[in-house]
Design a protein around this ligand. Sequence first.
Ligand code: GLA
Length: 666
Amino acid sequence: MSESTQIQPTLYIGTAYYPEHWPEERWLEDIRLMVEAGINVVRMGEFAWSTLEPAEGEFQLEWLDRIIGLLALYGIKTVLGTPTAAPPAWLITKYPEILAVDEDGRRVQFGNRCHYCVNSPDFHHATQRLVSTLAEHFGPNPNVIGWQIDNEFNRVCTCDLCRSLFQQFLEEKYQTLAELNRRWSTSYWSQTYSDWSQIPIPIGNHHPSLMLEWKRFITRSYRNFQKLQIDLLRPHLQPGVWITHNFMGWFDGFDHYELAADLDMVSWDWYVGTGHNDPYFSGSTHDLMRGLKRKNYWVMEAQPNTVNWAKVNNPLYRGEGRTMAWQAVAHGADGFLYWQWRPAPGGQEQLHGSLLDHAGKPRPFFEEVQQISREFKEMSPLLAGSRYPARAAILNDYESRWSIQWQKHHRNFDYVAHLFHYYRPLAEANIPVDIISADQPLKGYRLVIAPSLAILDENRFRILKEYVEGGGYLILTPRTGIKNRDNVFLSERQPGPLRPMAGVEVKEFFAMDENVPVKGNWFTGVSQTWAEMLEILDTNLTLIVATYKDSNGWLDGQPAMTVRGVRSGMIYVVGTYLDASTQAIFLNHVTQICGLSRVLETPPGVTASRRVREDNREVMVVINHTRQEQSINLSSDTFENKLTGRVHAGAMKLAPYEVAVLIKTM
Ligand code: GLA
């Protein structure tokens, strides 16, 4: 990212808009209603290839100039999407090999978007022509404040070209087949390769090293494709104009840290689908997305009340949408856009929620958006660009996630659910958390949790060691440190190279069909799903925190959780998968001893977050995510609720779905 590119210091609220679906005579009415909605940004163009380039090399860009200009006249900025997620029919007819091949070996059908092979040279060629034309034409436009590359990368292609590129990718990495065969132990089931061309694309369950490399190849393919576009755009963009991609939260089709590395800013698409917002789980997704670059981000698409693709496309409760918009801002978002403005008359998504209905009239939800826009506008000088500082981090690793998901060992062991098991108690206590990559330095954190960091390498080991030796508190959990970067067993017991520092090793691990009673020094509970039998290596310094009580005979009386002081730091080894309430007790204890403070104490369903401005002033966003009145205690401090202008101290009542933006009064 160049020095001059940075997030705009404004809170943006907007919508995806598809002017190509409508006659131009309608545009002014749309803009009038957008002004009424109070929005200040639209995203356009991300599926408009056939309108922008109706035939090969013939571009029609003026319509987009006109709408960008019109919107600007009314104070609405534009984010442009590169429309590569929707390669048009003429392109596919002329270059049929652009169509991806699915896992059953069939070419995918035209017309459901993302139907391209991400490595297709014909597709790259067409992308180059299109994106460079858009970049030259719209790059200098001062009303275009950002660009989104493609839309929700997700397709996996298994065509012959992908297969041979995958083989090349492996050859470049391993150099010789002897090396690959040795590292993967391919003599198992006679998988020894004597020619690179023999290596398959893994379909379904396969050799774990091959599967991991295939994921890396998919990551590399999308990163290259994204970079191709970034490099075409960048030279034409004005200083401060950013490039993003809209990710899908916890989706794990590729390693998001790699793709985020080339972007200026992360954005993501947030949908609830059936049911309602769980502010703790969605909070974790916001923290994951912010953690991709450890920077503020945007919600590029949000649900305008309903979707069309869930089992039941129920509406949010009245007021819930507003809490979601504020929740995003509370976690560090500087932009929040609805998908979409108005449904196209035809096409697959006719019944999706929108701000206008199919008749072009505001839906009831429109009113809520008006309120949010008003509030964003008023709060923008206070909040835009301010940071979300956290002193606790949870490490997220796509490779460990894949490794575990391919060998779950227990149907209920889910990597994300297990990570969330550590996130939730911190979130319920309003302790800010960053969810970040396992490959970055951990300076500044007081507590780091490495949930099921199955894959360890030298770099990760060094980062964790330096962190603990520097005074950090580290929690290791089940399934940590069992594999290397080839997804092959380490030659020592868990947690691998961390054993000496942890003072303990895993003597055996069990998937459990019954709960195991666990007695801790300050709690009693059960271990569910999983239980690791720990063996103390260093009895002088390693303390037992919890022991298994009578269970399957193997675990009875064995250490279940330990802690060891390392210089001024501490390392916990947790062999259990504790029940939820015991987990909360355990984490409350740890957060207390490592001195992590809460933003505020709140009842369940009420969250308190903190953003910190450049002038170091703290802004607290308190949200009642429930349908009942709630009460919080501000103790002796006096706060002004900037949304109402009212001053509060001591007990403060929050109406159902109320949001408060609080600043301590001097
Ligand atoms: C995704 C896409 C949008 C739209 C929505 C519908 O997020 O990016 O184009 O299809 O889903 O929920």
